[in-house]
Design a protein around this ligand. Structure first.
Ligand SMILES: [Zn+2]
Ligand SMILES: [Zn+2]
Length: 200
């Protein structure tokens, strides 16, 4: 996939077209290029995204996930909730890492856009006409990289990576498939956490 195809697919995955998801795609691509690694098809890479909860711009996280292949399902993305549009990408075998943050250069233009005015009135992003969604996509996508991204020096991440725990078992009470590490012993039975009555 070329970069434009990655953007198009990322936006399809995300569900609407917005400036923050594009910023995430650009940050992710820049991080891959800086570390000279390719998208994580397995768990070769790990990313840390600095979005928080319930704030504008969290869509950044989806752009990062799609571009880097560090995803919730693979378990190789973590959140450091600083409420920022920034991310760190780490190559696990070498612990080489880079942090990329999104610069506020375009925020005034973004704030004055039809898209953001409608968002401010409570219109859902996917209910805003596509052409108005695309204006902000183009703005962030076509800006010079140095205008929108701050790319740090490559550094060594202090990471210890645990191996995946393999294997599943059916809970003895509800019968649902459960990863072994999440089964609990109740009497002589292995049961899932909700069936065990334990908190975790
Ligand atoms: Zn979005
Ligand atoms: Zn159960």
């Amino acid at each position: 996939m070329n970069e434009k195809e990655i953007l198009t697919s990322a936006l399809a995955f995300h569900g609407h077209r917005c400036w923050a998801s594009v910023a995430g795609v650009r940050a992710g691509l820049a991080a891959l290029r800086t570390l000279n690694v390719s998208r994580s098809g397995g768990t070769q890479l790990h990313s840390i995204v600095e979005i928080g909860e319930d704030h504008g711009g969290m869509c950044f996280g989806d752009g990062v996930q799609y571009a880097t292949g560090c995803t919730l399902g693979k378990g190789n993305v973590a959140r450091q909730p600083y409420g920022k549009l920034a991310m760190t990408l780490i190559e696990k075998t070498s612990n080489r890492a880079v942090r990329v943050s999104y610069k506020p250069t375009l925020q005034q233009q973004i704030g004055e856009s039809t898209f953001m005015k409608k968002r401010g009135m409570g219109v859902m992003p996917d209910e805003i006409p596509e052409a108005e969604q695309m204006e902000l996509v183009a703005l962030v996508w076509e800006a010079a990289e140095s205008a929108v991204l701050s790319i740090g020096e490559v550094f060594t991440y202090n990471g210890e990576w645990l191996p995946e725990t393999m294997g599943f078992e059916a809970c003895a009470a509800c019968g649902e498939l459960t990863a072994r590490a999440y089964l609990r012993c109740v009497g002589d039975k292995h049961v899932c956490i909700p069936c065990s009555g334990y908190d975790r």
